[in-house]
Design a protein around this ligand. Structure first.
Ligand code: UN1
Length: 513
């Protein structure tokens, strides 16, 4: 095991990673469980071996969670918030170690690893406040001496399926809200990043234990697609929140829908920035380059397309080419590097295949891509960020390739730019760079961007947790984290109370006995 990992695990008091599931600070697994070895894309070294949970283990986790729900749901929401506050405090105390582990296990830059833990801290803070604000409306009844109002109750077990690219933050968006709402969570992290999940479960568990909360409010289950399928088909899990590819989301949605369960989907993006003739080009450059190469292009909010006005196209292209020459690629733990590796060698193959496909369709690469070779890149997961001039309708441009490939597209009028921006199957994030109020407001209007997120003079990635996060079309329609996203984790109940001495019927219906 690498030195970095053993230090961090020691710090987090984790002495066993060789387990398949956890409902408490005790870990378990059956002897026949399949063992998977996990390697860091950073240096190719083995990080840990983890066991995949069996279907029986999945069942026992669900049973423990269901039991815990019966107690947890009756603890007052502000008291549940207090426990989430303590989890936030523990994350603050362990930000450096957890951020480093995220960076090492997943390959994002150390700054972004810390940023991801900061998102967790922020959502905990948000959830604490929310725990005193789970408001329902009250209405005036049409009948005398009647009171009508609505209240929100917890749903039960929330299944969280998360992706490798934000291995911990997306879980916390779900878990922190679900917990204050009175739900319990079963988390199936990406099988590519189990160690960060184990670390988070460990941190959360210590807090639950210190507060004498029954085991099962926070559960972790390590496994592959089979576990996700069990969850999606399980009527004991009223809500499944899934982050990942559109393909995975369609399967989850179909299974959950078939049993009339709820799903919250946060799937693929194909995000564009429109660079207007009235853009501040220096600002645009930072937004575009961070959006395209940050997290090595593996955010669902990564910038994949730049739609550039013809009058500034050549100048901006030149700026991009120059900027790409400055990008340092290498070990993400070295803060001098801007970009780390892709998650694994399969991702490298997909990146290379996308480049070939783009070339075959007529794409003109102004910054060439390719796999990086040499000792510093021995894991085989490092690639060069690249830029291609394309047409929006190319098949490859319509796809989300989870890699640092940036497409340039030229436009003449704002209407055309918006049309291009919207002409993809996905609808997560979008942005316009302009100093012109009319352009900005048109982009944000009903006739503008069709995405869940639309920014002005900010890139497509790096959303704050306070807003509702998610997107339309093939992005799945779900909303997580801020605003009123909490409502998805609760069921609404309308209550009408008659405090009169008669029983009048609504709609003036007479029914005398
Ligand atoms: C994701 O890539 O799944 O807006 C989430 C952002 C981050 C979250 C991305 N706050 O880029």
């Amino acid at each position: 095991m690498s030195l970095i990992i053993s230090d961090i695990l020691d710090h987090l008091h984790i002495n066993d990673t060789n387990e398949a599931f956890s409902t408490s600070s005790n870990w378990g697994s059956s002897p026949e469980a399949e063992v998977k070895e996990i390697f860091s894309p950073t240096d190719g070294k083995k990080i840990a071996s983890v066991k995949f949970a069996t279907a029986d283990e999945y069942n026992s986790v669900v049973e423990t969670a269901a039991k815990a729900f019966k107690t947890w749901r009756s603890i007052p929401a502000p008291k549940r918030g207090e426990i989430v506050r303590q989890i936030g405090e523990q994350l603050r105390a362990n930000k450096k170690e957890l951020g480093t582990l995220v960076s090492y296990e997943m390959g994002k830059s150390l700054q972004e690893g810390y940023g991801e833990v900061q998102e967790m801290i922020d959502i905990c803070d948000f959830a604490v406040g929310l725990s005193r604000q789970l408001y329902g409306l009250s209405m005036h009844s049409e009948r005398p001496s009647h009171r009508m109002y609505e209240q929100y109750h917890p749903l039960g077990i929330v299944g969280v399926i998360s992706a490798f690219n934000f291995p911990v933050a997306v879980w916390s968006w779900n878990a922190a809200l679900a917990w204050v709402c009175g739900d319990v969570c079963i988390w199936k992290p990406s099988e590519k990043t189990p160690l960060t999940a184990i670390a988070c479960q460990h941190i959360a568990q210590q807090v639950f234990k210190a507060n004498n909360i029954d085991e099962g409010v926070s559960c972790l289950i390590i496994g592959g697609r089979e576990i996700g399928e069990l969850m999606a088909n399980d009527t004991r899990v009223p809500l499944v929140s899934a982050t990942g590819s559109t393909r995975m989301g369609k399967a989850v949605s179909a299974a959950v829908g078939a049993r009339l369960g709820k799903s919250l989907l946060e799937l693929g993006g194909n995000n564009a920035i429109i660079i207007s003739e009235q853009a501040d080009l220096d600002m645009s450059l930072i937004g575009a380059v961070f959006g395209a190469v940050g997290t090595a292009g593996q955010r669902c909010t990564s910038t994949r397309r730049l739609i550039i006005h013809e009058s500034v196209y050549d100048a901006f292209k030149q700026k991009l080419v120059n900027a790409y020459k400055q990008i340092k690629i290498g070990n993400p733990l070295d803060e001098n590097n801007h970009m780390g590796p892709l998650i694994d060698q399969d991702a490298v193959s997909l990146y290379l295949a996308s480049i070939e496909k783009c070339k075959a369709e007529g794409g003109n690469f102004v910054v060439e891509g390719g796999k990086l070779e040499g000792d510093a890149y021995a894991s085989g997961c490092y690639v060069k960020p690249c830029i291609a001039e394309v047409e929006n309708h190319y098949e490859i441009v319509q796809h989300e390739t989870f890699a640092p490939i940036l497409y340039l597209i030229k436009y003449k009028t704002l209407e055309e730019a918006i049309e291009l921006q919207n002409s993809v199957p996905q609808g997560l994030s979008s942005a316009i760079m302009t100093q012109n109020l009319r352009e900005a407001e048109t982009f944000l209007s009903a006739a503008g961007s069709d995405c869940g997120i639309a920014n002005v003079n900010i890139g497509t990635s790096g959303a704050e947790i306070g807003g509702a996060f998610g997107g339309e079309k093939e992005t799945g329609g779900g909303r997580e984290s801020g605003s009123d996203a909490w409502k998805v984790y609760m069921r609404r109940q309308t209550n009408t109370i008659n405090y009169s001495k008669t029983l009048p019927l609504a709609q003036g219906i007479k029914f005398d006995l």
